[in-house]
Design a protein around this ligand. Structure first.
Ligand SMILES: Cc1cc2nc3c(=O)[nH]c(=O)nc-3n(C[C@H](O)[C@H](O)[C@H](O)COP(=O)(O)O)c2cc1C
Length: 218
């Protein structure tokens, strides 16, 4: 077997990236691999468990403003150079569903930037998988109905299982390239969001709470 250990570092705002990471961990456990799922949301120093060449490393995180969330950028930038290790990148995007049609989100830089940084650090990139879990970018659309969320989740779980089996069996998967022209088109927006937009758009999940507090306060 190509790998005997899987370590996934994840960051998740509303649980999508954590669920995707857990699905991959479950497939790895079934195949008898030693696994670790590490939450990086409050990282101060980067925790690297004991590694061998047979360790596969994964990074799972949501897409924010057509990029990685700033904390993930910082984490991957500071990740040590570990030669001879394989890595995969899975970014969850904002998926929607219109009637029977699943509408994908858009990664922008969220796959290609970490792939470039990790490649420059000496890693081999074996998987680049975007995953269209339910969108939580609630400034752009109303919240999704439970039926829609369930159906998106069912679809994504099957995609992740296939992805995990392929990678863990020593294969490669570069699904991120399918949306490359669209991702390149939004690169300028990704930069604009990183330097300006996130300071007001990223807080929008809190707005309903502000509205409730305001209702009771006045
Ligand atoms: C502030 C903000 C920005 C977002 N930007 C994007 C984006 O650029 N592209 C996209 O496909 N989804 C975007 N989303 C949607 C999330 O990436 C998506 O819902 C993801 O699955 C959430 O994962 P999580 O539950 O692990 O946080 C955004 C969400 C928020 C809250």
């Amino acid at each position: 077997m190509k790998y005997n250990q899987l370590i996934i570092y994840y960051f998740s705002g509303t649980g999508n990236a954590r669920n995707a990471a857990s699905w991959i961990i479950n497939v790895a456990k079934e195949k008898g691999l030693k696994t670790q799922l590490i939450n990086i949301d409050r990282f101060e120093s980067i925790e690297i468990p004991e590694l061998t060449e047979k360790t596969l490393i994964g990074f799972c995180f949501p897409t924010h403003g057509f990029n990685m969330p700033p904390l993930v950028i910082k984490f991957i930038r500071n990740f040590p150079k570990l030669k001879n290790n394989d890595v995969f990148i899975l970014n969850t995007r904002g998926g929607l569903k219109l009637s029977k049609l699943f509408i994908p989100g858009l990664s922008g830089l969220a796959q290609f930037l970490p792939a470039l940084i990790l490649r420059l650090k000496g890693f081999r990139i074996v998987g680049m998988q975007p995953l269209d879990l339910p969108s939580n970018w609630l400034i752009l659309h109303p919240g999704l109905r439970k039926k829609v969320v369930d159906s998106i989740y069912q679809r994504c779980e099957a995609i992740v299982e296939k992805f995990a089996l392929r990678i863990l069996n020593g294969g490669k998967n570069y699904k991120a390239f399918l949306s490359l022209p669209f991702d390149i088109a939004v690169f300028p927006i990704a930069f604009g969001y990183y330097f300006f937009g996130r300071f007001f758009l990223a807080k929008t999940l809190l707005q309903p709470m502000h509205a409730i507090i305001a209702m009771y306060a006045f």
